[in-house]
Design a protein around this ligand. Structure first.
Ligand code: SAM
Length: 191
């Protein structure tokens, strides 16, 4: 490990945002999962969450650009336990929903602890997750096609969160408590 590499790892870790995350509900295509983790890395998500109700372990491919090494992915057995875990950590949980009445995603305050639920490629977010969520958000669609690819939707929303957090100065000093920072640093230095 060179000194430059260690410095780079520490710089990135100082920008990680433990209170911004996504919950991927049955996003099962490896290229979508990989692309979302790559975006998570770029905006500073420390840990992403996934539920795969139809079974199977989430798999990555080269689309991740190696980001899966730097963004932890916690897999939950089902949607209610994922929500319970996020709520216990103080997150407000917003589900993406392609339906009337959902808030424009830019109306959410992403400087607060926020988790965004993204849904399966074919079916979207489940009714169960929609019912559990604190709010529903959508990206306005003005074309002929009703929805975006899930990884594109994740990027649009997460970069709005990044914009708000940059403005609020949340990338300027370490956000992880010292004990967690030490643990993650130890882990990253082994990679
Ligand atoms: N037929 C599905 C539906 O009605 O939800 C379409 C699913 S879409 C291809 C897959 C996921 O991408 C959605 O569950 C949502 O998480 C995200 N997504 C796609 N377009 C979106 C939009 N305009 N606003 C918010 N999320 C969107």
């Amino acid at each position: 490990m060179t000194e430059a590499r260690r410095r780079r790892i520490e710089e990135v870790l100082r920008r990680r945002q433990p209170d911004l995350t996504v919950l991927l509900e049955n996003v099962h295509k490896p290229h979508n999962l990989s692309a979302i983790l790559r975006t998570c890395d770029a905006v500073g998500v420390l840990e992403a969450h996934a539920v795969n109700p139809t079974g199977g372990v989430p798999t990555y491919n080269e689309t991740s650009g190696g980001s899966h090494k730097w963004v932890y992915l916690r897999v939950h057995p089902d949607t209610p336990s994922a929500f319970a875990h996020l709520r216990a950590q103080g997150f407000r949980v917003y589900a993406t929903a392609l339906r009337e009445g959902a808030l424009d995603y830019r109306e959410v305050d992403y400087t607060r602890p926020v988790a965004v639920v993204l849904g399966a490629e074919k079916w979207g977010v489940s009714e169960e997750a929609l019912a559990l969520a604190d709010g529903h958000i959508h990206i306005p669609m003005l074309g002929m096609v009703q929805s975006l690819n899930v990884s594109v939707a994740a990027a649009v929303i997460l970069f709005e969160a990044q914009r708000q957090r940059l403005k609020a100065g949340l990338y300027e000093k370490p956000r992880l408590d010292p004990e967690l920072y030490r643990k993650v640093l130890e882990d990253w230095l082994r990679k």
